[in-house]
Design a binder for this molecule. Structure first.
Ligand code: ZN
Length: 313
């Protein structure tokens, strides 16, 4: 079965109108920042939009119908493992870092840590992302943060449409204004804000988490080349990331593509074009999930998809 979802849209101080104007999501406001396309989190829990399970939240399906997500060798956890978002930033997001599972379990009431990754859908010329920092040692890290030497501390890397960036726990990162991307991540919302450009939200600065950030930031940072790759759009299937928590790949369909499901279940978001999957219409902005009973599927049309699944290995 294919489950189609009605996404959850969020308002953010750095948001804009692209998710309505370009992506055609039905939401008011000029501060729309995120589309949670496939999510079963307390802060965003998508609803099935059609078929037998219409109206049910993804979290309910995960709890009440485990057979939809079951595969031999795969042990369902107590919560849906992944979260897929489209993020459209008009202004810069705060500079932040996520903990790993171990730190989050101990300090955040048993929450998961967060590994995430970004596929750049659109950006301006000369766009940059914050990925990593320039401190060589832990002492240097602490003093750069304590002394607010942000320009020295923050490492910006140039990015282009089609770039793919892995953000491991402990990586300082920030999305800059003008960038639209798709994010695949562990289902967690634990974020430590290192610096917020001294902005005010409703008249007050947003909370920073300096102690936790210093605890979890990896020093020195990974080299940019170790977390960045580029999709030149030539391959039908491009493997983007395989990690402990999820596999991510890009599918390009030009006419017809027949796939086999080799994960317990597969998440897909269409980011360009339109067509069908097993006869169901899909277009840019469609989010859906192939349940465990799907062995093979057929996508027709001209479109591009980011797909992800949890590995059984
Ligand atoms: Zn993040």
């Amino acid at each position: 079965m294919i489950l189609f979802f009605k996404p959850v849209l969020t308002h953010n101080i750095w948001g804009g109108t692209k998710l309505r104007d370009i992506w055609k999501y039905d939401i008011d406001g000029n501060d729309i920042g995120e589309c949670w396309g496939i999510a079963a989190h307390a802060h965003g829990d998508v609803v099935v939009s059609e078929g037998k399970y219409a109206g049910k939240h993804l979290s309910e399906l995960w709890r009440d119908y485990p057979e939809l997500f079951y595969a031999q060798g795969y042990q369902n956890s107590d919560r849906f493992p992944l979260l897929v978002k489209i993020i459209a930033a008009d202004k810069d997001l705060s500079i932040q870092v996520h903990p790993d599972d171990e730190y989050a379990r101990e300090h955040e009431n048993g929450s998961l840590g967060k590994t995430e990754c970004w596929y750049i859908l659109d950006c301006e010329e000369d766009s940059k992302l914050v990925v990593g920092h320039n401190a060589k040692t832990k002492e240097e890290l602490d003093s750069m943060i304590d002394d607010k030497r942000w320009n020295e501390f923050i490492r910006e890397i140039p990015i282009h449409k089609g770039d793919f960036i892995s953000i491991l726990p402990g990586t300082v990162h920030a999305i800059k204004g003008g960038i639209t991307l798709i994010e695949v991540q562990q289902n967690s919302d634990i974020t430590y804000r290192v610096y917020d450009y001294d902005r005010l939200s409703n008249g007050k600065p947003r909370d920073l988490h300096i102690r936790q950030s210093k605890d979890v930031i990896t020093v020195p940072a990974l080299a940019p080349a170790d977390s960045l790759m580029h999709d030149d759009d030539s391959a039908e299937i491009l493997e983007l990331l395989k990690c402990k928590y999820f596999d991510v790949w890009r599918i390009k369909v030009d006419g017809e593509y027949r796939g086999r499901q080799d994960h317990p279940f597969t998440l897909m978001t269409v980011f360009d074009g339109e067509g069908t999957i097993d006869g169901h219409k899909i277009h840019r902005g469609s989010h859906f999930l192939l349940t465990a009973d799907v062995n093979e599927y057929c996508i027709k049309g001209n479109l591009k998809i980011i797909a992800s699944g949890v590995p059984v290995r």
